[in-house]
Design a protein around this ligand. Structure first.
Ligand code: P6P
Length: 341
């Protein structure tokens, strides 16, 4: 793309804001700050292996998972950048037990809260596979002028104002959705700016890729097993069998699903009926993005992820997400009668 055609994310968000005379530009400022955090995290991710930032931090997070040093670095970076941002009243993170209200009068009057998984897929750091940051932005429901409350962080996905991810892959990209649609920005390292590279992203209605950790199939129920058999058969209506792709990093698997189509699944199973992925800072933001791009996201009972009423900050939910036709087909096999989450 020639220099004259470069549209930075800041310029893009300002152009979008101008479409709404009453818009204040606060959301643009918040997205810019999240992008700044992404650039800072990216710098460390890109040199991981050369500096002592790989490997385990020696602590475990609220999920009981080994914290990688980059996890902690990414978490601290997001907390500090958002603390200095004028638009964020508080945060909740996969790495923290509870939400955090920024305790200064300026933040008390900020209208947004941000939930994030600071470095999703971090178990892939040491093998140089793509990892990512996932974020979800809500307008707070608590009273301005006071600290934010738990209710701000337990909103349904339907209430999302914006959601997105930063993928640290062969290039570094920031993809985010608002009610206006989904747009992708690629980091141009020579100028340190995210530049519009994927305008108006759409998830293909049909796809040929199913993405699931088939190693867990011994724990799946009959409906899930019958769907896997369907994926592996040469199915009549669609010809040659599907391809199976699984990176084990939700951001990477979802980025491929958004661009190429397909279905990503982390189902419930006999040992973990609600699956592994968290509703508030993994499944809801990804569901918001994929729906804005024309796809679908449901739990094991066919309920739309965005309609689930959260009860706990770190609750998990089974997820079937991606091309609309593929999710609908999976539900023909999988849909359970009881509500799983
Ligand atoms: P499994 C990474 O640990 C993660 O939270 C997601 O990024 C990823 O989709 C999933 O877990 C992988 O889980 O059980 O297949 O290793």
């Amino acid at each position: 793309m020639s220099q004259s055609k470069l549209i930075t994310m800041d310029e893009f968000t300002i152009q979008e804001t101008r479409k709404f005379p009453q818009a204040t530009g606060d959301l643009s400022a918040l997205l810019r700050d999240i992008g700044l955090a992404g650039k800072i995290i990216n710098k460390q991710v890109r040199k991981a292996g050369l500096v002592d930032i790989l490997g385990q931090h020696g602590a475990t997070n609220v999920q009981g998972e080994e914290q990688m040093k980059l996890d902690v670095y990414a978490n601290d970076t997001l907390i500090n950048i958002l603390k200095n941002c004028t638009e964020c009243a508080g945060i909740a993170s996969e790495e923290n037990d509870d939400h955090m209200s920024y305790e200064d009068t300026f933040s008390f009057n900020s209208k947004y809260v941000v939930l994030f998984d600071p470095l999703d897929g971090s178990s892939n750091i040491d093998v140089n596979a793509s990892i990512g940051t996932i974020f979800a932005i809500y307008r707070r429901v608590s009273e301005l002028g006071k600290p934010c409350t738990q209710a701000d962080f337990l909103q349904q996905g339907r209430n999302l104002v914006a959601a997105g991810y930063i993928i640290y892959g062969s290039s570094t990209m920031m993809v985010y959705a608002t009610r206006l649609g989904v747009n992708g920005f690629t980091l141009e390292p020579s100028i340190g700016e995210f530049c519009l590279s994927h305008p108006n992203m759409k998830c293909p209605e049909k796809g040929k890729i199913y993405s699931i950790n088939q190693g867990n199939s011994v724990k799946y129920d009959d409906g899930m097993l019958s769907y896997l058999s369907y994926c592996m058969e040469s199915n009549k209506e669609e010809g040659r069998p599907y391809s199976q792709r699984y990176i084990g990093s939700m951001v990477a698997d979802m980025h491929r699903t958004l661009i190429k189509g397909g279905i990503f699944i982390y189902p419930g199973d006999k040992g973990a009926p609600n699956g592994k992925l968290r509703l508030q800072y993994e499944c809801n933001p990804m569901a918001f993005i994929i729906e804005a791009a024309g796809g679908r996201a449901v739990n094991g009972n066919g309920e739309n992820i965005l309609d689930i009423r959260p009860t706990e900050l770190h609750q998990r939910v089974p997820v079937f997400i991606g091309s609309k036709n593929m999710v609908d087909k999976a539900m023909e096999f999988v849909k359970t009668k009881e509500t799983v989450a």
